[in-house]
Design a protein around this ligand. Sequence first.
Ligand code: NAD
Length: 498
Amino acid sequence: MLSINHFINGQHTTASQRQQDIYEPATGELRGQVSLASQGEVAQAIATAKAAYQTWSQVTPLNRARVLFKFKALVEQNIEEMAELITREHGKVIDDAKGELIRGLEVVEFACGIPHLLKGEHTQQVGGGVDSWSVNQSLGVVAGIAPFNFPVMVPMWMFPIAIACGNTFIMKPSEKDPSSVMRIAELLKEAGLPDGVFNVVNGDKEAVDTLLTHPDIQAVSFVGSTPIAEYIYTTASAHGKRVQALGGAKNHMLLMPDADLDQAVNALMGAAYGSAGERCMAISVVLAVGDVGDKLVDKLLPQIRDLRVGNGMTPEMDMGPLISAQHLAKVSDYVETGLQEGASLLVDGRNISIEDHQQGYFLGACLFDHVTPTMRIYQEEIFGPVLAIVRVKDYAEALALINQHEFGNGTAIFTQSGEAARHFCHHVEVGMVGVNVPIPVPMAFHSFGGWKRSLFGPLHMHGPDGVRFYTKRKAITARWPQAKLTEAASAFIMPTMK
Ligand code: NAD
């Protein structure tokens, strides 16, 4: 049985008083317990990080980057073990877990460029004999709070840039799959990161609330569901902290009649059902324009039938289980709701049976057709392998639907028309947009974030916004008395009395 506690000042701690069970979603078996930190334990981690900040913030950016270079190499050496930790606790298929690690490491690679990224701006002679420049300085102790669905990638959106900028960090992983972040803490130490710079506190609301309100936390990065994101944003802001809080999603694919349908359907299958739909960038709605709906259904049905669902540790699987028994029940309830609301359930994934995994939290792919915008299954985030087809008469109706939706995380248009694609990119009110790309997750050197109720706070994650978020700018204006120069120059002539 695993016993996951906290990682503070370079050491694993003993167990907390309160504990929570961790399960293996593919089998439903108990894996162990995770400690839930008390206020006092979180305060201890913060005090450690505050002390470490005194020296870490003074390490040169080049030497901070060198630790990250070593860390990247260590993660690569241990990628099989790390991927297995993710799959066993999250359920996603093992190659998807490796994909998550690689996307996370891209942010580490970006953060390795910190000597360049931290450079300020300089203007000579802003006034007579006056120069002005700006520098980017670290904030202090900053915190990250992560969701269950990307147990490594989301923390890696945060801490590499934060510590590269000179901050010290407290990570609060999801209590559902905390093991992989504990391994990250060990690998950072092995890479030479000084004790106390990166700390992990496991826990629930008590730990989070302590981070949101503690006077020594300067900034909070959060990724999770919208109600909690809003709570994090309002609470931490009210306590004077800088906040970026990314929330939920309902991502639409706009399928034009002129799209390459085979390409669109292949893309859609992975985007809707990959990771059992537990991705904030998953496509959960297809807006089928004009007469493309029937053709889409004809092409989707055989592919859904061929989906290989099973234990993510088994090679060649397409889709694993959901994260928990509770989440399985919640997503299954949404399927029932859709039926009651009058949508046509073309594929019902409930009651799927996986050999030797009867207690696993499996739900097969579900497909609804003739979904309408007034239905709850259209409006709410389901976060499971449930795809809804909404039939619309034209492009304008489709665009209006996307723009009216409360979420604005990701979207994609599939079309062969440059004109339609260009109009879409310009007018759609969503933070991340794909053109014939189903999951347009920006690369590490761009920034990731949605619009509307998918993001609270002005700055997106990683990329240039990440550096901006984890630094504060100082502008310096300087004048040196010119008389000194004159005196220096006069050293070349025979001194005379003035
Ligand atoms: P969640 O909101 O339940 O939990 C996220 C974190 O908040 C966890 O660490 C959890 O311990 C903590 N938390 C939960 N309830 C809390 C409370 N009442 N007070 C304080 N802290 C609390 O989210 P989840 O179920 O772990 O993750 C799935 C959600 O995350 C989905 O809504 C998904 O769309 C979203 N998500 C969004 C993005 C994005 O980039 N926008 C990325 C990944 C996941």
